[in-house]
Write a protein that binds this ligand. Structure first.
Ligand code: OGA
Ligand code: NI
Length: 349
């Protein structure tokens, strides 16, 4: 224990016991999407989603249409991949040219996460800016990396991702309606979507009191859809007071959360919550988030319909693709400076 690697150690105020009050009543909503089949219930579902986005920035959905066999298949093949020897896994390692594939040393806020990941672009190839320079309009293509073994890894992932994307757009429509906007208000932002999905493996950890699976962070995307296994460990910080709450594993449910883009589009009406992953000493845990991201050229700024003289824009706009490439560089190594954060775009008052 004495020689626990210090690069994993969280500052005391960010450890798993900070601001966590055990045995609080469960409040994060679980919404049954099969209720959308009942025309009389549709409006209730929409307002429950809107309330959850405002109060928590998190909710879970059940009967969401992503088939459980597609999910089980991906869970099975990714386990086989992560169980391979390291020499095999690093053949599909993330690099600076194509920042996807296998990676085991991600930093969140400059502290190392206790996890291994595998990242996959939804569109292959995907179009991204070629540099972080705001004046440079150059673009480049980035490609997925696929392991040779297990042999159905690629197909299992692609099938699951298509279902997840379909649900992401359905949720986007419901969120749009909950804001009093037309159903398809956001669709044009996704013509060259930069969505990707990730497989997280959190191995057992000898010091869950010091390290985290993922340190506290907000997702930078529009919405995230996360499949978690039965182990548990995801926690969300409550908007009203910052107290941490566990997101209880519900069989076959998906955890949905609001990311920074949606928070900015709604001028802070909807909340992108801080969340983190607590690890444990005995059980490995898997999770599969799908991150819905706009096209590289989308200007992320408060929607005109949602601002007014009484509610002026709280953010300056930024180009999504430029933000993404600046952000991505910092995942590779510990930087001396804090990486770029959404608050850097807040209008100073
Ligand atoms: C993430 C994340 C949560 C989890 O990958 O951004 O928050 O439960 N994951 O793995
Ligand atoms: Ni996250």
């Amino acid at each position: 224990m004495e020689d626990f690697d210090p690069t994993y150690i969280q500052a005391p105020e960010h450890r798993s016991d900070s601001n966590f009050i055990p045995n609080q009543p469960e409040e994060i909503p679980v919404i049954d999407l099969s209720r959308l089949d009942d025309p009389e219930d549709v409006q209730n579902v929409i307002s429950e989603i809107g309330d959850a986005c405002e109060k928590w920035g998190f909710f879970q959905v059940i009967n969401h249409g992503v088939p459980s066999d597609a999910r089980q298949r991906v869970e099975k093949t990714v386990k086989m991949f992560f169980d391979l020897p390291m020499e095999e896994k690093i053949k599909v390692k993330r690099d600076e040219v194509n920042p996807v594939g296998y990676h085991d040393g991600e930093h969140t806020k400059n502290v190392k996460d206790w996890k291994e990941v595998f990242d996959i672009y939804f569109k292959d190839p995907m179009v991204i800016p070629s540099s972080t320079d705001p004046e440079d309009e150059g673009l480049r293509l980035v490609y997925n990396k696929w392991p040779q073994s297990p042999s159905d890894f690629r197909e299992a992932c692609e099938v699951y991702a298509k279902h997840a994307e379909k649900l992401a757009f359905k949720l986007l429509e419901l969120i749009s309606l909950s804001l009093g906007l037309p159903k398809e208000r956001f669709h044009d932002y996704f013509k060259e979507q930069m969505s990707f999905f990730r497989i997280n493996r959190y191995p057992p950890c000898p010091r869950p009191d010091l390290a985290l699976g993922v340190g506290h962070h907000k997702d930078a995307d529009v919405i995230s859809l996360l499949a978690q296994d039965e182990v548990g460990g995801l926690q969300v910080s409550r908007r009203s007071d910052g107290v941490w709450f566990p997101i209880r594993p519900v069989p076959n449910a998906l955890v949905i959360n609001i990311g920074n883009c949606m928070e900015i589009w709604t001028n802070d009406k909807y909340w992108s919550a801080e969340h983190r992953v607590v690890v444990n000493t005995t059980r490995e845990r898997y999770s599969i988030p799908f991150f819905l991201l706009p096209s590289h050229d989308v200007e992320v700024k408060p929607l005109e319909e949602l601002v007014s003289p009484e509610n002026p824009p709280r953010y300056k706009g930024y180009k999504w693709g430029k933000f993404y490439v600046s952000r991505n560089r910092s995942d590779f190594r510990k930087l001396e400076i804090e990486n770029i954060q959404i608050d850097d775009f807040k209008v100073k008052t």
